[in-house]
Design a protein around this ligand. Structure first.
Ligand code: NOJ
Length: 561
């Protein structure tokens, strides 16, 4: 399938946690039936795909990333039939469905692990996981969940050996040296392909294989296995997206994006640089990161998240330099005191100190940069969080649908709810919810919808070439997106003060310029083109005429009616 034809090229992905999205059967837990009933909202909003965090049977010691059966649905969410109904309805609504696929580990309650611990040492069954008599093996691999674990090894009384777990002790790592493990996991891929899913978000891909003397991330054997996954997907002849979660710097995440490996990877370094730019009011480092991402992988294969169901991962200086982390710590006041393992455990709105201008600005960048923008459920409303909850639960609370009880998420009595809905000052679900914001033309929700409409109408934003332009102001980033038919110019002011600047548009001298969102005409392009951007302001302009269009104003007309 030619990349340009693939559904995911430039698609907008909406991430949601099914347990927290919508409760269809009134038991207090979101489910697939509830989600199906919200597809009309997602279609109205204008996203192309939904990514569901794990929906498999699980004891939920790590939000479902601890799986006991890869080929089934958690009973609280539904069953394979309700999944089939969801998929069919999503497809009829023109929405693709991406599943989380956890290759690296299982739950310790998975039958494979229970069998392994009782099996003789060194046997095929024991070796489905990674065992050792020495808890100092692979000592250079960092402990990832350092708030909860102090070692990557856990002693097992039954097995009388240590087992490896790169995440929680309830999540033993599978042993990919064992061909049986590889076959089983490829079988899992086949199982969901046959059911018609449109993509997989591959969880924790760097950690599949281990070796002494390094961080055990992205080893050659890991890439070789991922190529097998790709082959399986290609053999199915379906247009299925493989998207890597590798929290690594651009140059280490890029190797997953090979023609015979994965289609996309999250650019988590860019996420950190976006926050650092807002926090510091300077976009020099952000510009460099963008340039680097383009040099490494031209075209759009990066998935661009702002927030997700995890902490805002900043790392130990490996993902982004220490001074970038420091500028986030210094500039985003509501991040103070909310550090979990390696980053900030807050939702987008509070992280941005409750400023909707910053929400708009960062999403305006996401929606116009090359790649696949990822919108985290609730961020389209500026939903808040519950900082007192355990682990990453502060960011995983129920979606706010209406001002009614429980935010319209569930009809169950409060104590049964999966997590408490937000009633924090400034973020109360009685005000911050879909129903209320739909009715307010100037709401954040209606703004997101409008931006997504623009993006759909302007193919340059999805497929166009990306070029950074010279900016005469340190807080303003300027770039162009050019396709065969149109050119869109973007400028964004990352600072809390207004900025006026001169742009050199001599390359397009004399061309008509129109602001996209509201259709306002600007002076024709020339070498001294002056613009003013308010605090956290941004603009998208159409430069020149839209080629091959009967009516030159078609995109703008569609937006403005
Ligand atoms: C990454 C997931 O996003 C996170 O939520 C999970 O805890 C780890 N992988 C382990 O599966």
């Amino acid at each position: 399938m030619a990349e340009r034809d693939s559904w995911w090229k430039g698609a907008v992905i909406y991430q949601l946690i099914p347990r927290s999205y919508s409760d269809g059967n009134g038991d207090g837990v979101g489910d697939l039936q509830g989600l199906s009933s919200r597809l009309s909202y997602l279609r109205w909003l204008g996203v192309d795909a939904i990514w569901l965090t794990p929906i498999y049977p699980s004891p939920l010691q790590d939000g479902g990333y601890d799986i006991t059966d890869f080929e089934n649905i958690h009973p609280e969410l539904g069953d394979l039939s309700s999944f089939h109904r969801l998929l069919t309805s999503a497809h009829s609504a023109g929405i693709k469905v991406i599943l989380d696929l956890v290759l690296n580990h299982t739950s310790h309650l998975h039958p494979w692990f229970q069998r392994a611990r009782w099996a003789p040492k060194g046997s095929q069954e024991r070796n489905v996981y990674v065992w050792s008599d020495d808890p100092h093996r692979y000592a250079d691999a960092p402990v990832l969940f350092r708030k909860f674990e102090s070692s990557n090894w856990e002693w097992d009384e039954v097995a009388q050996q240590y087992y490896l777990h790169r995440f929680l002790r309830h999540q033993p790592d599978l042993n990919y040296e064992n061909p049986w493990v590889q076959d089983q996991m490829l079988g899992v891929v086949d199982f969901w392909l046959e059911r018609g899913v449109d993509g997989f978000r591959l969880d924790a891909v760097p950690f599949l294989f281990e070796a002494e003397g390094n961080r055990c991330e992205g080893l050659p054997e890991t890439h070789a296995f991922l190529k097998k996954v790709r082959k399986r997907v290609d053999e199915s002849c379906k247009d299925v997206l493989l998207l890597a979660e590798a929290i690594q710097p651009v140059e280490e995440a890029a190797p997953y994006l090979e023609d015979d490996e994965l289609h996309g990877a999250f650019n988590f370094a860019l996420t950190a640089h976006l926050f650092a730019a807002v926090a510091s009011g300077s976009c020099q480092r952000l510009t460099r990161c963008l340039q680097e991402a383009q040099n490494v992988v031209p075209g759009c294969r990066w998935a661009l998240p702002l927030r997700n169901h995890d902490e805002l991962w900043l790392g130990d200086g490996h993902l982004v330099p220490e001074d970038v982390i420091q500028s986030i710590r210094a500039g985003l006041h509501q991040s103070h005191g909310h550090w979990l393992n390696w980053g900030v455990n807050r939702r987008l709105a509070p992280l941005l100190n409750g400023d909707p201008r910053a929400n708009r600005l960062l999403h305006a960048l996401l929606y116009s940069l090359p790649g696949m923008p990822c919108l985290y459920y609730g961020d389209e409303l500026g939903m808040g969080d519950w900082p007192g909850l355990r682990d990453r639960d502060p960011n995983r609370t129920p979606m706010a649908w209406t001002p009614a009880r429980n935010g319209g998420f569930s009809s169950a009595p409060d104590p049964l709810l999966v997590l408490p809905p937000i009633t924090a000052p400034g973020y109360d679900y009685r005000v911050v919810n879909v129903e209320v914001q739909k009715e307010l033309p100037g709401s954040l929700l209606n703004w997101h919808r409008r931006m997504l409409t623009c993006r759909r109408l302007l193919p340059a934003l999805r497929f166009g070439d990306f070029d950074l332009l010279e900016s005469s102001h340190p807080s303003v980033i300027v770039y162009s997106r050019c396709s065969e038919t149109m050119m869109v110019l973007v400028a964004a002011n990352l600072s809390a003060a207004g900025a006026s600047l001169r742009l050199d548009l001599s390359k397009w001298k004399g061309a008509r310029t129109r602001e996209v969102l509201w259709g306002c005409e600007y002076p024709a392009a020339d070498e001294n083109w002056f613009v003013y951007l308010p605090a956290y302001g941004f603009s998208w302009w159409l430069v020149g005429e839209v080629e091959d269009s009967v009516d030159q104003n078609v995109p703008l007309k569609n937006l403005n009616n």
